[in-house]
Design a binder for this molecule. Structure first.
Ligand SMILES: Cc1cc2nc3c(=O)[nH]c(=O)nc-3n(C[C@H](O)[C@H](O)[C@H](O)COP(=O)(O)OP(=O)(O)OC[C@H]3O[C@@H](n4cnc5c(N)ncnc54)[C@H](O)[C@@H]3O)c2cc1C
Length: 443
């Protein structure tokens, strides 16, 4: 067996962490360990939408055939009619945009996604469940490995630590404290305050409701409902609802969002995820058009998610420790691109670590190149998601959407449709290739 260049520990076995492990497996001279806090790698949570930009990366990693099998389809480069948009917070909705994208949106069940990623890990990789990282210790310069401290009292060492441990990341907490102590030692008190202020995620002011409906149940109430064959986004003031068929049309997936203006960046009282009652949903969208009401009435057990985000960081890197995915940039889910961004981070980071030029001594340089490329890009996607949320919920302008003449409303909606497309089309009309080439050049 060839000598190993260095040891990488990935903390967090979600979509970002496991994708990074798969991407690193292309470089057999890197030793990889994965530590996951949960009792298994199976992911719960809402279905995960994948756009063409992300799909292209999954293809490069050789995951596309297996993922296409479980999704029952796979994207092509062709234009696809993806979602129709309606203004629905009124007695009679108005259609205003048919969104056509390259490749469409591929819906993948999260637990299936993790299963495929795990199947693609080499048998030599050591994956550990039930290993919750508490913190790490690293010396400011090599030699000396990074020491990992776990909640069960055990420790481990590595040469690179990748924090892929999600929005409540322990790695981010330790990393920001480490950067903070450095700032204080240099007399940069404002930086210190900013760093410590960025440790905890904040509530976006938005609640998400997720549910599935059996197509049979909806058919009994509304046999011609558009949700059977037309993925639709119903938009209105302060909220929107996304519906599309899954499981060969046997199930209708529903995700509703409802925002409390003025509550952005506050802390949320109560559990972030909980079961709730259908009545809560019905009251959130009470004045919406009848085809929305009938959908909501068919829901049995919705879950409520308090959507949290992290504050933008000044760096994803400290020494030989680096963040990816939600640990680095938890964003609102309005464009369906948070996991896609975790996958982009994972692919670029693994590619840079994998280059022969990256040695144990030059790891910090490779990590800084990753940071220089990914951080501005991800920050821009955070901003775009926020803007999409505002567009979907008729926020962020003073236009009176409810009390204007019909022709002005329709004209305004046409403009809104164009703005929605412009802000979102990066997800299906661009690729990561230039960023990867730039990262390799920087090495
Ligand atoms: C309602 C909703 C809908 C969404 N829809 C989409 C979508 O359609 N498309 C899309 O791309 N994105 C979507 N997202 C965003 C997406 O879910 C996240 O961006 C993505 O899951 C982030 O992946 P990750 O691997 O970085 O983090 P996570 O998925 O959170 O994984 C982190 C992992 O780390 C583990 N962990 C946590 N702490 C520790 C610790 N201390 N030690 C060890 N392990 C630890 C956790 O158990 C977990 O397995 C949506 C989000 C929401 C809320």
């Amino acid at each position: 067996m060839s000598a190993k260049r260095f040891r990488v520990a990935i903390c967090g076995g979600g979509i970002g962490g496991l994708t990074c492990a798969v991407a690193l497996s292309k470089y057999p001279d890197i030793d990889v360990y994965v530590y996951e806090a949960g009792t298994s790698f199976a992911q719960n949570g809402p279905g995960c939408g994948v756009w063409l930009r992300t799909w292209n990366i999954l293809q490069k990693l050789g995951l596309d055939q297996d993922l296409a099998k479980i999704a029952g389809t796979q994207p092509t480069d062709d234009p696809v009619s993806t979602f129709s948009f309606r203004k629905s917070d009124r007695a009679e909705g108005i259609d205003f945009l048919q969104l056509t994208t390259r490749g469409g949106l591929l819906g993948i069940h999260r637990s299936d996604f993790s299963r495929v990623l795990l199947q693609h890990l080499p048998s030599t990789y050591r994956t550990h469940c039930f290993k919750r990282l508490l913190s790490y210790r690293q010396r400011s310069s090599y030699p000396g490995p990074i020491e990992l401290v776990f909640a069960d009292g055990t420790t481990a060492t590595c040469d690179v630590l990748i924090g892929a441990d999600g929005i409540k990341s322990s790695v981010r907490r330790s990393l920001l404290r480490e950067q903070g102590y450095r700032a204080r030692a240099d007399g940069r008190q404002r930086d210190y305050d900013h760093l410590l202020d960025s440790v905890d995620p904040v509530w976006s002011g938005t609640l998400a409701y997720t549910a599935v409906i059996s197509a049979e149940r909806l058919k009994a109430r509304a046999p011609q409902h558009r949700a059977f064959d037309q993925p639709t986004q119903y938009l209105g003031k302060n909220g929107y609802i996304l519906v599309y068929p899954i499981a060969q049309g046997k199930i209708i997936n529903v995700a509703g969002f409802h925002t409390r203006p003025g509550r952005e960046n506050t802390s949320f009282a109560g559990p972030w995820i909980r079961r709730t009652e259908r009545d809560e949903l019905l009251s959130a969208y009470s004045r919406w058009e009848p085809e929305v009401q009938v959908l909501l009435e068919c829901i049995e057990k919705p879950s409520q998610w308090a959507v949290h985000t992290s504050k933008p960081l000044n760096s994803y890197v400290s020494g030989r420790v680096v963040l990816l995915g939600d640990a680095a940039h938890a964003m609102e889910p309005h464009q369906g691109t948070g996991a896609g961004q975790a996958i982009e981070d994972a692919y670029l980071l693994a590619t840079l670590l994998g280059q022969w030029r990256t040695t144990i001594d030059s790891i910090p340089h490779a990590l800084r190149s990753y940071d220089a490329i990914r951080r501005p890009f991800a920050n821009d996607i955070v901003r775009r998601n926020r803007l999409t949320g505002n567009q979907f919920m008729f926020l962020g302008d003073n236009f009176d959407w409810d009390n204007c003449p019909d022709d002005i409303l329709r004209n305004r909606l046409r403009h809104l449709g164009g703005a929605i497309m412009n802000n979102w089309d990066w997800a299906w009309s661009t690729t990561i290739d230039e960023s990867v080439a730039e990262g390799i050049r920087m090495l």
